[in-house]
Design a protein around this ligand. Sequence first.
Ligand code: GLA
Length: 410
Amino acid sequence: MKPEASSQPAAETLTDLRSFFQRTFASPPTRVVQAPGRLELLGNHTDYNLGLVMSLAVDKYIFMASAPRHDGRIELASSAFAEREKFACDRIEKNAAAPWANYVKGVLLQLRRHGVNFSGFNAAIHGTIPLGAGLSSSAALETATALTLRQLYPFTLTESGAATPPRRNSRGELPSLDRKEKMALAKACLAAESEFVGVNCGLLDQISALFGKAGHVIQIDCLQLSVAHEPLAAGLSVIVCDSGVKHELVAGEYNERRRHCESAARSLGVKALRFVTPSELEAGKTHLSEVDYRCAYHIVGENQRVIFGERALREGDIDQFGQYLFQSHESSRDFFKNSCPELDLLVELARAHPGCLGARLTGGGFGGATINLVREAEAKSFTQTMARQYQERTGRRLEPLVCRVVDGAR
Ligand code: GLA
């Protein structure tokens, strides 16, 4: 299947996906769902510290076409991998030869644990989210799986398990998910990732994929588990620059930072760093190891920047908002130490461009990508300058990605 240009309408991709399904399974799909990638805008590593985050759902997707089967078997095909993955509903296990299928399997196991019944299906997956670029194709695949299962075997997920299934309307459509149910699905997808895949991350990615709103910033409070939306100022382009650096120990480094945050919270006598103000952190500094303090300093500062950023965004003070992005990156670089020379260079180059309002690493870090807020009129000059300068300085190719802010999974 050909890769999607960012301007290509989703409709064309869907036609390709349907024919991929037809070619693979010799019958047409009965359901198609799509889940977007996400970008962390502000609030780095705050999610698992029960803090505040701003994110965007963007127009790069995982699409999943499916049809039910009744022999208790599941078959998955992905346009990115040659081999199909086949297994029985009652034997959902990891296969080292198909690690990409773990995200699907993890979600199936979680949903079953919540009382959701299913008897098998075929699914064809196609993604337009660049892999490893920090857009969380994994959360998109997880949420696409959950929505596929809901389409094929309708269920309502509540905090206490599956409840009476929703009814389809006369056109065979299910009602859209309400907030509570989206949150319950996000949690199930997160549990799949931490328990089955083994990365101990927070809820940012799954919430973003489900709660996206076109043209809006998603504001997440990970303590209250609440979500609000604020329009992103008009005339801005959101541009992703993938450093091309893939850190081999990402999961290890990520989980290690998380342990330092938790250890800092324990030493300060609180449940999570969300409950610590900047002055409390300074007062408790002597109780913390140097590395615990640095990590806590970053998290406490990030929560503050999100609070200040919300004010700036609401009042249309986008120049100031951009400054918080730069500050966030400096804090990652100097305190949390989840940046790398290539990400630092990308931010330095972006900052020197007159059209750039703000730039920072986005997501876990240790490689991956930066997010850049750029005046729309200067977006072309920005992408060209960045690509040229990054190649000159590092010898690496850079293809900046201009993203549209879109609705969540459906
Ligand atoms: C990764 C994780 C998220 C979040 C970010 C950092 O993307 O999956 O849960 O912790 O890193 O903010």
